[in-house]
Design a protein around this ligand. Structure first.
Ligand SMILES: [Zn+2]
Length: 290
């Protein structure tokens, strides 16, 4: 199955967002006093060429994010910066690969942060799937206060709720098969946001994990280091442990959105190295919505 890595510009954030410091509220406020910016990190979206139609996973950044410095929201104004040209948005990049946005049957969003839903405008004719709890968290004024940009969603945006079933898939507590051949599966990876999902593509013996923001890079996942924006460190830690168990039990290519190595790992089919120590078997407490 062919998967395209689509590089939709760059983002930079504070080092204490990538790897959390301290605990509780202090951890979540640390980035506001942290003077250290990361390098410019890529923002990837993915297009899976599946016999049932192209499935896009996340839509990457949009050029409107260049206005983020004018936002009244303190995080958006001061703690994140973007680089993107209009031709780097996902629509033109799909066309350059011979995929018309109309060919995209479904768009699945790992979560609704602005660098994942920034290209939605290119998909007015596609079914859009978002975890129900994620959509609730991101909507309205409460969503804006949380740092989402529901005011930038296309006027037609009315996604289908993606309800995972309490059926384990490997180490993940909840899942949903997205294709009849069961090669594309959404799994619950709560933590970075409470209803964050990842997409696993079963390619022969290999699990290709389109991991969203479960961690900012593979090293942090293997080391079990939780980011600085997760509301609940324990929930994120259990998800990272689940991913490490996947890596131990399946050949896995791990592809976080902002890992500078993700596209190379996909192109060279480089497997995640097995963690040396087995991760603790902490149960995931994934939200599912019947
Ligand atoms: Zn995010």
């Amino acid at each position: 199955m062919n998967i395209h890595a689509i590089h939709t510009g760059f983002v930079r954030i504070k080092a204490s967002q990538v790897e959390g410091a301290g605990h509780g509220l202090a951890r979540r406020l640390a980035m506001f006093t942290d003077p250290t910016w990361t390098d410019w990190l890529p923002t990837y979206a993915w297009a899976i060429e599946h016999p049932e139609g192209v499935i896009v996973v996340d839509t990457g950044q949009g050029a409107h994010l260049l206005e983020s410095g004018k936002s009244l929201h303190p995080y958006i104004r001061w703690e994140v910066a973007f680089r993107i040209a209009p031709e780097q948005e996902i629509g033109p990049q799909l066309r350059a690969r011979g995929i018309a946005p109309r060919d995209v049957k479904r768009v699945v969003l790992t979560h609704l942060h602005m660098d994942h839903d920034g290209g939605l405008a290119h998909f007015p004719h596609s079914r859009i799937l978002v975890a129900r709890g994620e959509l609730n968290a991101a909507s309205g004024w409460a969503g804006r206060i949380r740092g989402y940009l529901p005011n930038r969603w296309p006027t037609w945006f009315d996604p289908e709720p993606l309800d995972l079933a309490p059926e384990p898939f490997g180490p993940f507590a909840a899942s949903k098969r997205l294709t009849a051949d069961e090669t594309v599966i959404a799994v619950a990876t709560p933590g970075h946001t409470a209803d964050h999902v990842s997409i696993i593509v079963q390619d022969g013996d290999t699990a290709i994990m389109l991991a969203g923001d479960t961690s900012y890079n593979q090293h942090l996942m293997l080391a079990g280091k939780v980011d600085g924006v997760s509301a609940d460190e324990a929930v994120s830690g259990a998800t990272l442990n689940a991913i490490r168990r996947l890596v131990q039990t399946h050949q896995t290519i791990y592809l976080p959105t902002h890992d500078p190595q993700s596209a190379t790992r996909l192109a060279t089919r480089q497997l995640a190295a097995t963690p040396t120590a087995p991760p603790p078997d902490t149960p995931q407490t994934a939200a599912t919505h019947p």
